[in-house]
Structure formats: C-alpha cells, structure tokens
Ligand binder design. Structure first.
Ligand code: ARG
Length: 458
C-alpha cells in the first residue's frame, strides 16, 4: 500500500527525486506541538458534532499526546516519503489506532491545517519575542541608571552636536523597542484568527463547528472567507517585517558601538566574553558579536524579501509555493531572537569609559546652540543669534579655544551687557542644565522618563 495520504488515485511510486525536492519535514517538524494541539481540538469538535464518538476522540487525543512525547524524546522516525509534519503525525496516529486514526482528517485539509499550525506558532513566537524585547529594555534602563552621572556628546551627521545625558541615550533605544513591541501586539491580532474549517478552499459539507475549535485554541475570531484562508500569509509577512525592523534597530546600535569601541572613540569597554581575538595579531579584541548582530540583520531583511516575492504572483487559493514560507519565517525568528538575547547581555555587561568621554567633552562646541538660545532669550532674533554664534565659533577655531574661554570683550562686542550671565550657560555642564523642553535631555525630564520606564517595565 502507498504510504501517501493521497495514494488512492495513483498507481506507481513517487520519483525519489521528487520526494526530496518537495519535502518540508526537514524544517516544518518544529511545528509538531502546534500540529498536535490543533488536531486535538479538531478531534474533540468532531465528537461534539457526532462525526466521531466521544471514545474515539479520547483515543485520538491520548495517542497524539503519546506521539508528542515520542517526538520530544527524539524517538520519532522521520522520512521524506511522508513529506511534512502533518502527514507524519497522522500516519503515526493510524499506526497506533487503525481505523479510528483514519477519521481524524475528517472535514479538514492540510491547506487549512498547515496555516493553523503556523498561526499558533507565530502567536507563541510573538509572546516569546515580546519577553525578549522587555528584557532588552530592562537592560537599557539599568544602563541608564548605572550611567546617570555620565554626559555624552550627541551627534548628528556623526558630528558633535549637543550634549546628552547617557541615560537619555539608553532610553532612546528603549523607545524604539517599545514601538517594536506595539507592532508585534498589533500583528498578534491578525495572527490570532482561526483558519481551520476552511478545508481545502471552499469549506465542507460536513457539520463542523468552527466556533468550538476557535474557543479551544484561544483564537479571537474565525476567518470569514474559506477561499482567503489558505492563501493568506499576510500576518506572517507582517511578522517578518516587524522582525526586520527589530533587526534594523539592533544593527544601527551595533554599528554605533563598533565605532565606540575603536581606539579613536574609546567610549565603551566591551566585556571579553563578548569579543574574540585575532589568529595573527596578538593585541586584537574584536567586537564580533556586534558585527554579527549588524551582519545577521541582512538575513532577516532577505527573509522578508523572499516572502514578498514568494506571494506576489500567487492566484487563489493554496499553491505549493507557500510551503517555502517556513524557512524564511523560522530563520528570521531564530536570528532576531538570538540577537536580542545577546544585545541585552552585552548592554548589561558593558561599561562606558567615563573618564575618556569626560576628558574630551568640551571639544566640539557642544554648548554653541545653548549660547544661541541664550541670545534669543535676550530678544535677539533667532537668525541673528545663529549668525553671531557662528562667528564666535569661527573665532574659537582660530584661537583654538572654547566658547567659555573667549574674553568678556568679545561677548560685549556682540551685544553690550552679554558678558554678564553668558558664562553661566557656557561649558557642557551648564549647557546641559539649560535644557527644559518636554522629552529633552534636561536632567529633570530624564529623571521623569527613568521613573516612567521603571513603571512600564515593572
Ligand atoms: N507541506 C505543505 C506546506 O507546508 C502542507 C500543505 C500541503 N497541501 C497540499 N495540498 N499539498 O505547505
């Protein structure tokens, strides 16, 4: 007898090259848990509507549990002859239960089955990632508190711009990862929809109860159009987009810290456990983890690209192309999940080099914009103030000094009376304390944000 679930129509065996080419068991086996719980809900529903007896449903549920345990113990045999995880589990069930096992697939197709499994898997993965993002945010918040006293040069165009508190810097990333969490929560809504019951594409003439299955599996609603169900991969694409954006956030930060770890910057001291050496240059300590967080983001973006191209030309309803969705999905998840874990650990264990940062903080006229705002406070029109400070900076460059080191006469020339009070806003410490707008790096604002994040992440 053919091992195939569809063997009836066929007279000969499948070409072994075709089996190797069309199998998905090598990667979809990781759906086994979700395949089992979905089948158990389906079996219980079949009993409720009289398509199985209670006893048959109980036998199926118990046998599926046993199969799950066998898989977990590593004692389950896989074969490409059985194509995918759905066929493997059904075949194992039939081996255990005979005709009772042959009833499980009643009112169901692999088309609605596979996407139900994937929805359950994505739902769990979203919850797992949300926890990972929260852990990363906590490590950022801890770093913000640990470096409360540190002032950093803030950059635009990679040029020194204005001073920022290190706490403000760390919390900037906490905001990005919060939006990532919100995006995942939103994606979860469209993920948490029951596909099962659409059968192959048109529904079924059997009296199934989709509402009962929905409730058993904890889905929020039922997919309304059976034809849409087996072609719909929107939630999955959205999920991989969300993963791509997380990867992009991680990558930008990794790049920043790779630069910070250079001799030229020397802002961070990376823990030895997160670096590797060189096989030829004995002095090297390379930031490989950061480089690979940056590098692996390319894979995730590639996975998203693969999925978009995969679905772009597909007519309704199920097409076998869709089997290729899982490699990209799993790869994107695994990559981002590992990157998040390492990023959190790295942030937790990295120290900013306070003295090095402080020693060079007065370089780069980080107080120039505050000086301009001080002039504006004295009723100088903004554009005039901008020009005046620009000229003062040029003078500083000529004299190789800081704005705070220019003599009072110079300020008096700009505007009589300016030298009084101006030195109270010059210098990085004064400039930083001058900030006041909501959401700024003003120390009081940053303290508010630290307190808010403590509550959010509690
Ligand atoms: N292995 C298939 C997949 O991953 C399962 C669905 C196959 N359906 C079918 N009608 N051949 O997409």
């Amino acid at each position: 007898m053919s091992q195939k679930t569809w063997g009836g129509r066929f007279s000969g065996d499948t070409d072994s090259r075709v089996e190797a080419f069309t199998e998905s068991i090598s990667f979809d086996r990781r759906l086994y848990k979700h395949d089992i719980i979905a089948s158990q809900a389906h079996a219980r529903m079949l009993a409720e509507v009289g398509l199985l007896t209670e006893g048959e449903a109980e036998q199926i549920v118990a046998a599926l549990n046993a199969i799950g345990e066998q898989i977990e113990r590593g004692e389950f045999a896989y074969s490409i002859k059985l194509e995918d995880i759905h066929t493997h589990i059904e075949r194992a069930l039939i081996e255990r239960l005979g005709d009772v096992g042959r009833k499980l697939h009643t009112g169901r197709s692999r088309n609605d089955q596979v996407i139900t499994d994937v929805r359950l898997w994505v739902r769990d993965s979203i919850d797992e990632l949300t926890a990972r993002l929260a852990a990363l945010q906590s490590s950022l918040l801890d770093a913000a508190e640990r470096h409360r006293d540190v002032v950093l040069p803030g950059y635009t165009h990679m040029q020194r711009a204005q001073p920022v508190l290190a706490a403000h810097y760390f919390l900037a990333y906490a905001e990005k990862y919060q939006r990532d969490r919100e995006r995942l929560a939103d994606c979860r809504k469209r993920t948490n929809v029951l596909s099962l019951g659409a059968a192959a594409l048109a529904g079924t003439s059997l009296p199934i109860d989709r509402e009962s299955v929905r409730e058993k599996l904890g889905f929020d609603s039922i997919a309304a159009n059976s034809l849409d169900v087996s072609s719909d991969r929107d939630f999955l694409l959205e999920f991989v987009f969300d993963l791509s954006l997380i990867a992009v956030h991680l990558s930008g930060w990794a790049e920043e810290w790779i630069i910070w770890a250079t001799t030229e910057f020397n802002f961070v001291e990376l823990p030895d456990a997160f670096c590797t050496g060189s096989s030829i240059m004995p002095h090297k300590k390379n930031p490989d983890v950061l480089e690979l967080i940056r590098g692996k983001s390319a894979r995730v973006i590639g996975d998203l690209q693969q999925l978009l191209v995969l679905v772009k030309g597909l007519p309704l309803a199920y097409n076998r192309d869709l089997q290729e969705d899982k490699t990209a999905l799993f790869d994107a998840f695994d990559t981002v999940s590992a990157s998040l874990e390492l990023a959190a650990a790295l942030i937790r264990e990295t120290k900013l080099r306070r003295e090095v940062i402080a020693a060079r903080l007065e370089i780069g006229h980080l107080d120039a914009t505050t000086l301009m705002e001080f002039l504006i406070g004295q009723s100088v029109p903004m554009r005039s103030a901008h020009e005046a400070v620009g000229k003062l900076v040029r003078l500083c460059e000529e004299r190789r000094c800081r704005l705070a080191e220019l003599p009072a006469e110079v300020y008096e020339e700009v505007r009589p009376g300016l030298s009084q009070g101006v030195y109270k806003v010059l210098g990085v410490a004064n400039a930083l304390n001058a900030f006041r707008s909501a959401g700024s790096t003003a120390p009081a604002e940053v303290e508010k944000q630290i307190a808010r994040w403590r509550k959010v992440l509690a």
